[in-house]
Design a protein around this ligand. Structure first.
Ligand code: ZN
Length: 202
């Protein structure tokens, strides 16, 4: 079965010329899906059931042209931010090197579906010195402090003493700023289009 998206939540906005239109929760203009007419359902097929493939069941689409391009830019940025950007070794005992894991990092074990947010890092035993873990682009060695024993506490209260973890560090503030900028540009382009139509009919 195709993935069915939840129905888009919308709010109403008004252009300078007084035309009402809808925006999604990220502030991008949306219109009712032209294929299903805004129901999210279309005729049954064995792949997707009745989920409309014009909107994947969300009932809305982004208006074509610049608004759509900017919305795509936003979803690409979100996808990029969700990419794993660093592998972190987290060792409770002696065998492996612990790379720096910081409060706020999101970590997961291989195969996990969910990421956990690190709320606390407690190092219970540390040795001084460094270990060679790789080469920098300029040929110099990357060194990391060795940690012998440490605990992670997650935002949901779980604690963990070790394992091989993947780490990612989304810059949430930068993402929000990008979203707001792209959405504002998408609305401006769409409002201009709507108002041009209104003026043409006056
Ligand atoms: Zn549709």
């Amino acid at each position: 079965m195709g993935i069915r998206r939840p129905r888009t939540e919308t709010t109403t906005r008004t252009t300078p010329a007084g035309v009402e239109y809808l925006v999604n929760k990220n502030g991008f203009p949306v219109v009712h899906c032209g294929r299903c007419g805004g129901s999210g359902d279309y005729s049954f097929n064995p792949m997707d059931g009745t989920t409309c493939f014009g909107c994947h069941g969300s009932a809305f689409q982004t208006p074509a042209g610049l608004p759509s391009q900017l919305a795509t830019e936003w979803s690409n940025a979100v996808r990029a931010a969700k990419q794993v950007n660093t592998a972190a070794y987290w060792s409770p005992v002696t065998r492996e090197i612990t790379c720096e894991v910081q409060v706020g990092d999101q970590v997961a074990h291989h195969g996990d579906k969910e990421w956990s947010t690190v709320a606390g890092v407690r190092i219970t035993r540390r040795i001084t010195g460094s270990a060679f873990v790789g080469l920098n682009p300029d040929g110099s060695p990357t060194l990391h402090t060795l940690t012998l024993e440490s605990w992670l506490t997650y935002a949901d209260g779980r604690r963990e003493r070790g394992g091989y973890l993947l780490r990612r560090r989304p810059d949430v503030a930068a993402l929000h700023a990008l979203r707001d900028d792209l959405a504002a540009r998408a609305r401006a382009a769409y409002e201009e289009r709507l108002d041009r139509k209104v003026r043409a009919h006056r």
